[in-house]
Write a protein that binds this ligand. Structure first.
Ligand code: ADP
Ligand code: UDP
Length: 245
């Protein structure tokens, strides 16, 4: 039996320390441990802080969302929760691109094109960005991805298909609890020849607005110094029915 199906998994050496999570090896080389830290960053690491309880809240929201997606047929890397701040995932060969879907205009779309924040988009808008902090994650298209070898046409098609499939699951799921799914970013990687959803889905990587008041319940509270960041994430968890300690 693989260690991923047994209860105890021992965290091994550190593989990578990102801005918000640390990735560890474990005794099963096909798996990794993701540790969701309390560190928060914005503007490609230009603004950082520590927010109590954020690691746990995000780890638990991510587990809940990944399980919902898997149940709806979106293949993900998520195996199971290991502890309050840690999850066991399949080790992916990550593609260096970020896939963004938008339902409502916000963030870089507004800055880039001068559209008003809050404009409802008639159909979901898909965008690719290069995952590269030094270059400030520039926007790219499928031609760049093929030309520079960041992915094949098949991977491009599959990333688009899965990212939009996620919208079909999560937009109504959030609508049911009075939350607008404004936009989100996903990352994918390869596992045994298959493209799987990796990384995380948490309020750190999406925009969520209260449907009635349009109150921001996501990382924009941190970006814009609005306060109540973790309280807003906890509100999302509470409405989803995600148990917190
Ligand atoms: P960043 O790298 O942007 O600072 P994080 O702090 O969230 O972000 O670090 C987590 C890192 O782990 C990301 O670079 C992400 O691409 C990578 N990652 C996420 N899931 C997996 C996985 N299943 N296998 C390998 N790497 C992963
Ligand atoms: N996003 C992210 N990581 C990034 C860039 C964007 O999680 O490196 C998320 C962001 O939180 C938002 C969506 O992707 O939910 C679209 O982000 P946008 O392009 O508007 O960029 P921003 O102005 O938020 O940096």
């Amino acid at each position: 039996m693989s260690s991923s199906t047994t209860e105890s998994v021992s965290r091994g050496s550190e593989l990578y320390r990102g801005k918000a999570k640390t990735v560890y090896h474990c005794d099963d080389s096909s798996r990794l441990v993701l540790h969701f830290r309390n560190d928060t960053s914005a503007f490609d690491g230009g603004k950082v802080d520590q927010l109590n309880r954020k690691g746990e809240v995000n780890n638990r929201i991510n587990a809940f969302v990944m399980e919902k997606l898997a149940a709806a047929g979106v293949p993900t890397h998520f195996d199971r929760l290991l502890s309050a701040e840690e999850s066991l995932v399949k080790r992916l060969d990550m593609l260096p691109v970020e896939c963004v879907v938008r339902n409502i205009a916000a963030g870089s779309l507004c800055k880039r094109l001068g559209v008003e924040e809050g404009l409802e988009l008639e159909t979901p808008l898909f965008e690719f960005f290069l995952k590269n902090d030094e270059l400030h994650d520039p926007m790219i298209n499928d031609h760049h991805i093929r030309l520079f070898g960041w992915g094949t046409q098949e991977q491009i098609d599959e990333m688009q298909r899965q990212t939009l499939a996620v919208n079909d699951v999560l937009k109504p799921m959030f609508a049911d609890i009075g939350i607008l799914l404004v936009d989100y970013k996903l990352e994918f990687g390869m596992y045994e020849g298959k493209l799987l959803l990796g990384d995380e889905f948490t309020p750190d990587g999406c925009r969520l607005w209260d449907a009635e008041t349009r109150k921001k319940l996501d990382k924009d509270r941190f970006r814009r110094d609005m306060g109540g960041v973790v309280e807003a994430y906890e509100e999302v968890a509470r409405r989803l029915g995600v148990p917190l300690d």
